[in-house]
Design a protein around this ligand. Structure first.
Ligand SMILES: NC(=O)c1ccc[n+]([C@@H]2O[C@H](COP(=O)([O-])OP(=O)(O)OC[C@H]3O[C@@H](n4cnc5c(N)ncnc54)[C@H](O)[C@@H]3O)[C@@H](O)[C@H]2O)c1
Length: 319
């Protein structure tokens, strides 16, 4: 199959991730169909998409006319056959359980064209395992988005043991063509790249709080108003390159002694803490102390996050 032939996409599972993927695909010219298990779930998908698109309209990233066009390109169904029978790509977004993912794939394969691509949004399962009983494992690939997929460009692609090179090449080109920034893992790895980076940083933040070095609020503040701002625009390797008169190698030389002094005392625990109650209190205090324009509730902070993301995406020329 050629990339120009991919015109119709099915989102199997229209929850938080499936509904957001649907918007992304429709915004980039795809005809999309969302399949979920009942009308109640489909109504939730419709409501979520409506709200997400309203946020884009309010931020002047799209017009109300464009919102209508995007919604018109997305169809909702409870029938697997109806969803997949004439699509070129499936984006599976079902619950994160291996047996469910395998059964969604088995059901889809009954109606899918043999050369259609099957991509799973799985966050933690192996695509080799998901495709273990597939009739066409060569067309199965992991395509892990970052939430919400219509506002965060990253998609992490993973090939399973039997994924063909043709599938890998095609999905890479496809996601790039629909506004995503694809990374391709050279081998399967739990947590892919992004969640491992996030956990490494998070472990150190938790450890700093546990050791009494700083509060939850100050750990977040140090991140947001320091490295986080830079990381939104350039990667760490690039920042090291431009941050020193002698480039990357000069920066590494400068950091050698500091790094050697810090590393022995840094967090290296290998299981997650079980009691998070002290952190929960800290998070609540932090949320209460935010400026009013950021918000003091989950919903307000989510709206703030999305407004800022949209502005950042404009700077990245993604919107
Ligand atoms: N939420 C995140 O931050 C995030 C980020 C990246 C990847 N993911 C992955 O995306 C996938 C979906 O996560 P989510 O957060 O959207 O979950 P969710 O619970 O919001 O959505 C799952 C949807 O699947 C539907 N479903 C259940 N059985 C189904 C079936 N047999 N066929 C089709 N649909 C079915 C459910 O009704 C529900 O609407 C998971 O694999 C998850 O690991 C989630």
């Amino acid at each position: 199959m050629q990339i120009s032939e991919i015109k119709r996409v099915a989102c199997l599972g229209g929850g938080i991730i499936g509904s957001s993927w649907a918007i992304q695909f429709a915004m980039h010219g795809m005809d999309v169909v969302i399949r979920d298990i009942n009308d109640e779930q489909l109504q939730k998908s419709a409501d979520q998409m409506d709200k997400s698109l309203d946020t884009l309209v309010e931020a002047k990233a799209i017009t109300t006319q464009r919102k209508s066009e995007i919604l018109a390109a997305i169809r909702l169904t409870t029938s697997v056959e109806d969803a997949v029978k004439d699509v070129q790509l499936v984006q599976e977004n079902g619950p994160e359980r291996l047996e469910i993912k395998q059964s969604i794939l088995a059901e889809a394969e009954r109606y899918l064209a043999p050369d259609a691509i099957y991509a799973s949004s799985t966050s933690g399962l192996s695509i080799t395992d998901i495709a273990a009983k597939a009739a066409h494992p060569e067309r199965c690939v992991g395509a892990h988005p970052y939430n919400p997929p219509h506002l965060i460009p990253l998609v992490e692609l993973t090939r399973g043991e039997k994924t063909s090179q043709e599938t890998v090449d095609l999905v890479y080109a496809f996601y790039q063509s629909v506004g995503k920034e694809a990374v391709l893992l050279k081998k399967e790895c739990p947590g892919f790249i992004s969640n491992r980076l996030q956990l490494a940083l998070y472990r150190e933040m938790v450890d700093l709080v546990q050791r009494g070095v700083c509060s939850v609020k100050d750990a977040d503040k140090a991140l947001v108003y320091g490295p986080g701002l830079r990381w939104a625009f350039l990667g760490h390797f690039m920042l090291m390159e431009i941050g020193n008169a002698n480039g990357f190698l000069g920066m590494m030389k400068m950091l050698q002694a500091n790094g050697n002094a810090m590393l022995p005392g840094m967090a290296n625990w290998t299981t997650m803490p079980e009691d998070w109650s002290a952190f929960d209190e800290g998070v609540k205090e932090e949320m209460a102390s935010l400026p009013d324009w950021m918000g003091h509730t989950d919903a307000q902070c989510t709206a703030y996050r999305d407004r800022v993301l949209i502005e950042a995406l404009k700077l990245h020329r993604k919107l």
